[in-house]
Design a protein around this ligand. Structure first.
Ligand code: 8YV
Length: 333
């Protein structure tokens, strides 16, 4: 029965989630909230059936090699699983699950906030006041660009992308998207969304780009310097997915050089923004907050627990991450 299942938790989680984990399973919690070292992750994994992991736990081939035979499930707290070598896990018969649906609406709110904040120069305005640089109201001072009527190009119209599209429609944006294949025609019609098979062609036409695909070897630097150069100079880039998908150095160069109008970012190639990006004009930079609400974090924990419970009871957990399938888009079989 599930009470015999031993669960190792790699980070502090919301109190109600930790309490529920301890009620249901033989759970090994932490009293500190710093990421575990590679060695500490391995020794925790060797001693448990299930690892409740998060972003920042590097679960690579070497980890699975060293983890031993007891570990059977990695239940990730979060949607993105780019820190986990799914193939290496599956080769050892280890299942990997994530928590994709529960955070989509909150993540979309943050993307929408950036889609408005960047063209309207919100962060610049705040900084001007804080720095004592407000010259007083003027008809021509700090003018931004209107959001209504612009074209939004979504790269990866999955759960989060769709939630962004719904919001963006209410703000009067038209929806363009690039996926490996079109979404179902009913939804496409409902969103009045235009599918672009060619990412390059879409980039040349949109005013705001929103990055919403998972980070995989295939999407690393998908927005390369060459592709960023396809954007019109008045275009903006918004990314709440993973920093690695955008060539951050090229992005900062282009904003600095006036070749792009600005960016709203929640994620970075090296975890935190580069100096160059921090200094770039008209950027709104957030510290990975898109799913950071009390409600989403509790529901992420509850969803993770559902996956562990199903596994413990001998069923297939609902949010299995299947290699080769886009876990953020396709319903798991
Ligand atoms: C979390 C995220 O901050 O779900 C994701 O992929 O990036 C965020 O929701 C993080 O992953 C928590 O583990």
């Amino acid at each position: 029965s599930s009470t015999r299942i031993r669960v190792g938790v790699t980070r502090r989680l919301p109190a109600s989630v930790e309490a529920r984990l301890s009620d249901l399973f033989d759970t090994k919690l932490h009293d500190r909230d710093t990421p575990l070292s590679a060695a500490a992750l391995v020794s925790l994994a060797q001693d448990v059936d299930v690892l409740a992991a998060t972003l920042g736990d590097k679960l690579d081939a070497a980890f699975f090699e060293a983890a031993g035979d007891r570990l059977k499930l990695v239940a990730n707290f979060g949607a993105g699983t780019d820190h986990i070598d799914i193939a290496a896990a599956n080769e050892r018969g280890i299942t990997v699950t994530n928590t994709p649906s529960v955070l989509a609406e909150d993540a979309a709110d943050m993307a929408m906030a950036l889609i408005v904040a960047v063209p309207r120069r919100l962060a610049e305005g705040v900084r001007a006041l804080e720095d004592g640089n407000f010259p007083g109201w003027s008809p021509t001072w700090m003018l931004g660009r209107r959001v209504r009527g612009k074209k939004l190009g979504i790269i990866g119209l999955g759960r989060v992308g769709e939630a962004i599209a719904r919001r963006a429609r209410a703000f009067g944006l038209s929806i363009h998207y690039h996926n490996r294949s079109p979404i179902n025609p009913h939804m496409e019609e409902e969103l009045e969304a235009t599918y672009w098979d060619s990412l390059d062609q879409m980039l040349a036409r949109v005013d705001i780009v929103s990055v919403n695909c998972p980070h995989t070897p295939a999407t690393f630097h998908l927005l390369s310097r060459r592709r960023l150069e396809l954007l019109q100079p008045h275009a903006y880039v918004v990314n709440i997915s993973r920093g690695e998908i955008v060539d951050e150095e090229a992005l900062a160069d282009m904003i600095e050089g006036g070749r792009l109008a600005g960016a709203g970012l929640d994620v970075y190639e090296r975890g935190a923004p580069s100096e160059k990006l921090l200094k770039a004009p008209n950027v709104v930079l957030l510290p990975h907050l898109a799913s950071a609400t009390v409600e989403s974090r509790v529901e992420m924990g509850e969803r993770m627990i559902i996956n562990i419970k199903m596994f413990a009871d001998g069923h297939k957990p609902p949010d299995r991450v299947i290699l080769g399938l886009d876990a953020n888009r396709e319903p798991n079989p």
